[in-house]
Design a protein around this ligand. Sequence first.
Ligand code: PLP
Length: 350
Amino acid sequence: MNKLIDLRSDTVTRPTPAMYEQMLRAPLGDDTYGEDPTVNALQERVASILGFEAALFVPTGTQSNLCAILAHCGRGDEYIVGQNAHCYRWEGGGAAVLGGVQPQPVEHEADGTLLLARLREAVKPDNEHHAITRLLTLENTIGGKMLPLPYLDAATLLATECGLATHLDGARLFNAAVAQAERSGTTPTLEARRIASHFDTVSVCFSKGLGAPAGSALCGNANFIKRAKRIRKLCGGAMRQSGILASAALYALDHNIARLAEDHRLAMLLYEGLLDIDGVQVERPDTNILFLELQGTAQERSSELLRTLGSAGIAATGHYQRLRLVTHMDVDEVDIAHAIQTIRNFFKKS
Ligand SMILES: *Cc1c(COP(=O)(O)O)cnc(C)c1O
C-alpha cells in the first residue's frame, strides 16, 4: 500500500531515525525533583532563544496555554482572546472549567489580527458588575497567518496601557519567524525573539512543524514560571524521565527550524497549483497552512472531495465549506503534485 499523504495537520510527523538516536542517548533523571538534565537543558535553551528568564516543559500546547492563563488570572478574572484562537475555541474551555477564568472573545479581521478598537472596548471598567480583565492572548501564526510586527507593537502596547498582561500562543511561532526572516533577510531565531519580546509570556509547540512527538514550552520570568509549575502539577503534567521527550525537542530546535521554509515552499506550490479552479478560492499562504474555500455549487461537494482525496491516499481536514491542507516534513514535492492533480481532476469532472 502506498503511504498516506497526510495533510490534516503538521502534528502527524514521526520522529526521524536521527531524532530517535538522540532520544536514546539522552541523560535522564526525575524531573519532578528537577533532576532531569535534558529537561533542564531544554528549558534553558528555549528561554535563551526567546529571551526569557525561565521556561517550563509541558506535555502539550493546551496545557501550556492553560498554565499561562491560570498563572496570569485568578477566579473571576477574564482574558481577551480571538474568536478562533486555539486557547478559546479548541482547548475544551479549560481556563473557565478549571480556573474560573472567563474568556472575552473578540472577532478577527481577515488577516487574523484583533482590531485595537475592539480590544479597547473589551477591557472592562473597574466595576463590581464586571469580571476583572487581566490578560490579552494573541496567537502567531493564526490559521497559518503571520501577525505583522507593527501590529504586535500596537496591540501589546495597548494591553500594557490598560494594565493587562500579555500572552502569546506561539504554537507555530517558528513558522512565523522563518517566514519573517525570509522577508527581512535575518535569521529565524532573531525573528522568533523579536516576536517573543512583545509578550510577558510565550508558549511554543515542539510537536507541530518542528517534528517532535510531544511537548511544548512555556516561557516567562522566574516568578511566573514558578506559579505555572504549580499549575502544571495540579493539571497532572509534572512528568518524571521526561528528558526522553525533551531530547526530541532539543533535536528539533537544532535541526528543524530552518527547514520549515521547505514546508512553506510546498504550501506555496499547492497554492499555485490550485489557483485557477472554478468555484474554489485559495488564499495565498504565509506559512504552511492553506485553506480552500468552496463556493457556489462546489460547496455541496466538500464531503465528496474529501472522499475522493481519501481514495487517492490523501487526508485533509474539512470544516463546513472549507478544506484545510497543512504541509510538514513528512510530505514532499511529489506528494504535493499528486494532491494538486487529484483536486484539479475532481473539479474537471464536475
Ligand atoms: C496545536 C496547537 C495548540 C495546542 O497543542 P496541543 O499540543 O495539541 O495541545 C495550541 N495552540 C495552537 C495555535 C495550536 O495549533
